[in-house]
Design a protein around this ligand. Structure first.
Ligand SMILES: Nc1nc2cc(Br)ccc2s1
Length: 244
């Protein structure tokens, strides 16, 4: 069944990038029903106010629960959609998260700005029986959730059957099932600016090529992401890999 994704933001034009390329094709082909909404649609005053001062004081502004509540009620149309709230204080969004979200039929992404959204919006959704994921795309602070929404929607959309032309290309990739980083890739010409493609890749020996690639993935992962080595499911490596 097709996936419906609704994104609510005060900068809906930020999400226009999703009209391009893969996600754009998925939308055009009906695989992905992506709708973007302007939060200010649900404001109640002449100034279309979405924020107010933080309870307990402090700098910045907080997004109002009443405006968000009205928006999410409308967007969800009574259906129990999974609510995603990008936030620097969220759990880290990983490829595993993307795989889990790609199983959902409906996703609603609430893009916060300022210091965030009044916590009661998430609390009310849970109290109404809804599910919520508060997710961060990394340990850096953005100015709002829109960039995170772009990242998450793309990461999920490309996992939907039919979105990526060749599903094969989904198998071998960084952070894939094996949990390793990708090996370096080459194409023609065999020599370029005095630099050669590694001989083994031109040898036609598929077992050797596979071994070279596995070695390079392991080496790269150990070098750049030792944290992934710790998490590595050793059983996914065949014996030949271990006598490195
Ligand atoms: N890493 C992230 N930073 C931010 C900042 C704001 Br403001 C909203 C969402 C996110 S996700």
């Amino acid at each position: 069944t097709d996936v419906r994704v609704d994104v609510v933001s005060i900068f809906p034009e930020y999400l226009a990038a999703l009209d391009i390329s893969l996600v754009g094709k998925a939308r055009a082909s009906g695989l992905l029903d992506l709708r973007v909404h302007d939060l200010r649609t649900w404001t109640t005053d002449r100034h279309r106010t979405v924020d107010d001062t933080p309870a307990g004081g402090g700098a910045g502004m907080v997004m109002r629960p009443d405006v968000w509540g009205a928006a999410l009620d409308d967007v969800m149309e009574g259906e129990p959609a999974h609510l995603i709230v990008p936030t620097p204080s969220g759990e880290t969004f990983t490829q595993r998260t993307a795989e889990a979200l790609a199983e959902q039929e409906r996703l609603v992404v609430a893009c916060g700005r300022y210091e965030g959204i009044d916590a009661r919006v998430v609390e009310a959704h849970r109290a109404a029986g809804g599910t919520v994921s508060e997710l961060s795309i990394g340990d850096y602070v953005l100015n709002g959730g829109e960039v995170a929404a772009l990242v998450m929607v793309e990461a999920v959309a490309r996992l939907l059957p039919g979105v990526v032309g060749n599903p094969e290309s989904l198998v071998e990739e960084s952070h894939g099932a094996a949990g390793l980083l990708e090996y370096p890739v080459y194409t023609k010409p065999p020599t370029w600016r005095g630099l050669d493609v590694p001989e083994v890749l031109l040898s036609g020996h598929h077992a050797r090529i596979a071994r070279w690639r596995r070695d390079r993935s392991l080496g790269r992962t150990a070098q750049r992401r030792p944290d992934l080595i710790a998490a590595l499911d050793v059983s996914s490596l065949d014996r030949a890999d271990l006598d490195v």
